[in-house]
Design a protein. Sequence first.
Length: 363
Amino acid sequence: MNENYLVTKANTLITSNYDLSLEEQRIILTLSSMVQPTDENFKPYEFKIKEFTEFLGIEDKRKYSKIPKITKSLMQKVLEIKKDDDILQVAWLSSAHYRKGTGTVELEFSPKLKPFMLGLKEFYTSYRLKNVLELKGKYSIRMYEILKSNEFKKACRIEVDELRKMLKADTGSYLIYQNFKNRIIIQARKELKDKTDISFDFEEIKTGRKITTLKFYIKANKTKNMASEEACSTLESKYTDEEEKSSMELINTVKSIFKEDITAKEAEFILNTANGDVNIIKEKYDIVSQMKRVDSVVATMIDAIRKDYQAPKGKEKVEKDGAFNNYEQRDYDFDELERKLLGWDKQETVKETGEEFQQLSVK
């Protein structure tokens, strides 16, 4: 166990609907941080209960009887992961094995979670475990993960009802917006600013007189001295020196291609989208950099790579400002595009210059 280990999850897992207590979340996140980047299957992880409870911040003299109660409750908790019209209902753990007389417990993830935690190439989020271990609110941890998965685009919109469902805060007093706002959003904003590598503000958007959507503005929390570089899927203790050096060199190469200031996480996201091919990134950036209007260079680059944007053929001239005469950025909502790139939405059709085309369907 190490607070500097990375927790890595698919974004579909981060935005799935589930409700765990603070202690249950800490156990799951600590277990997640033990998963190695090269693992092909989940392994059983053994912990000494005394060290485990100290690491998790559980101060209880009855820890040897409390941990089994927590894991038993955890094994009964079901999360729902939606993909298109399918819904996967699955427990977090497949087993919890306590060995009498040893003071140890062996935990193992449910194998059904493998596609959401192992071998991830795109649409995932990584962060250091220490960012969440100090959080005291169970909803603060969930808000951190949801917003961390959107950090690269700086802002995101989430419908209030959608957020309630994700957090399983869609019953009782939380149906009153003011309660939901004060007890979850405001508390999370304070905790994240004080204890994590990101902070956020939010804007309330109304439909008629009712607040129906929240627009979150996310930024790196430099006061915590946790630069966004850590969001890359590399970590000294999990990678060999050669693997780490090679990965960081590629990320830095991608960053050097851009005139704009992009983070390491954004560079890695683009690199993964291009399947590690730097030449493709250079080719698409040449096209994107000459477009007349680019609202989000990261989102446009991802779209350019996935849809294989091509430079105009023939005798098109380049204007003085460097923009192609007849090649303009697709005119659609980039908030929506980036939500799809993160796996938030299902496939939908959008119109552009009188033609219909299918946006990305995140698999």
